[in-house]
Design a binder for this molecule. Structure first.
Ligand code: TRP
Length: 337
């Protein structure tokens, strides 16, 4: 008899704080779409984690849950292969967080590079809310609750996944018959996509992002004002290709590799205008985004259907995460009935 192969699981998540942009796409979404063919995939909409930024603007969180779902479905997340679920409706994750809090020290969080970076950017007025301080622990709970072996994420998330690995190692040393699996991060092809302003990272808060849902007009305007080589004041001045956002985007989104090569050569020898480079980039990126935009629009006004999808996915996730919680409590030797 043929042995049934149990598929490894993949889990990833997003904070519902807005629409997704091309940085998210290259960093993680593209990988999710690929991995769902091979692994049992879960996507967690981390609305509790979003409270760390938006606890005083929760209406943004609830609205963004549906924006995220539209982005997922538009880029090719397939509901036959991927389960989409909502963190706040999965109580087992929050119980696990409380248990794990005893296995992580404050110093461990404080020296985490991602946490440090966020603390710097957010500049909390007095001291950071405990919800923020504990989010890496809660993310370890997200990942382990699903028994995920792989976690597709952007580079900035690596230290958070590392912390989850530390929690698992600690737990497995402490308790027998642990159900916990050490997760491995899977990085996207472009580690970090720069913003249209040339800053190292595309991000909503820096206001330098191109969104999956941007209209053709918005795309055109953003490319038009995109940062290029500042020394190139005229088309006949030889320009720098490496590190130049226009060419990083050409590399990532223009499938006509011969055209990209030709543009680069002419750019470096002062034989092409920025306008031509940008017009060709617009064409390439619009070809890439048009079908995504169209599919995304087909979900406009379909919030009821999207909610049904989310309820069904969360129900499935609830069963899985509760099983993990039970095994964790058992492994810890807590009194249960
Ligand atoms: N911290 C992630 C981000 O800001 C979102 C997230 C929440 C996540 N839970 C997760 C990512 C679990 C991977 C796995 O992008």
């Amino acid at each position: 008899m043929e042995k049934i192969k149990i598929k490894d699981r993949v889990l990833t998540g997003d904070r519902p704080t807005g629409r997704l942009h091309l940085g998210h796409y290259l960093g993680s979404l593209k990988n999710r779409v690929k991995l769902q063919d091979e692994y049992q995939t879960f996507v967690l909409i981390a609305d509790i984690q979003a409270l760390t930024d938006y606890y005083d603007r929760t209406e943004i969180i609830s609205k963004s849950v549906f924006e995220l779902m539209k982005d997922y479905l538009a880029v090719g997340i397939d509901l036959n292969k991927t389960t989409i679920c909502l963190q706040s409706m999965l109580p087992a994750i929050h119980e696990l967080t409380v248990l794990y809090m005893n296995m992580v020290t404050l110093a461990q969080i404080q020296r985490n590079p991602t946490v440090k970076e966020e603390l710097k950017n957010k500049a909390f007025k007095q001291s950071p809310p405990l919800g923020f301080v504990c989010y890496p622990v809660s993310q370890a709970a997200d990942i382990t609750a699903f028994g995920a072996r792989f976690v597709p994420v952007g580079e900035d998330q690596l230290p958070i996944i590392e912390l989850a690995r530390e929690v698992v190692k600690r737990f497995n040393r402490l308790y027998k018959n642990s159900p916990l699996i050490e997760p491995t991060a899977i990085l996207g092809e472009a580690k970090r996509l720069p913003g249209i302003d040339g800053q190292a990272k595309m991000s909503k808060s820096l206001n330098n992002a191109i969104y999956l849902s941007d209209s053709q007009q918005e795309l055109k305007e953003k490319i038009k004002k995109m940062y290029t080589d500042p020394n190139r004041i005229h088309a006949n001045v030889p320009g720098k290709v490496s590190g130049n956002p226009v060419f990083i985007y050409h590399n990532a989104f223009n499938s006509d590799k011969a055209e990209v090569k030709d543009l680069k050569t002419r750019y470096q020898t002062g034989k092409v205008s920025d306008t031509e480079v940008k017009e060709k980039l617009f064409k390439a990126m619009d070809n890439f985004l048009a079908p995504i935009r169209e599919k995304r629009q087909s979900y406009d006004g379909q919030e009821k259907e999207l909610l049904e999808i989310l309820i069904a996915g969360t129900k499935k996730a609830d069963e899985i995460t509760k099983q993990t919680l039970n095994s964790v409590k058992e492994s810890m030797g807590l009194v249960r009935w």
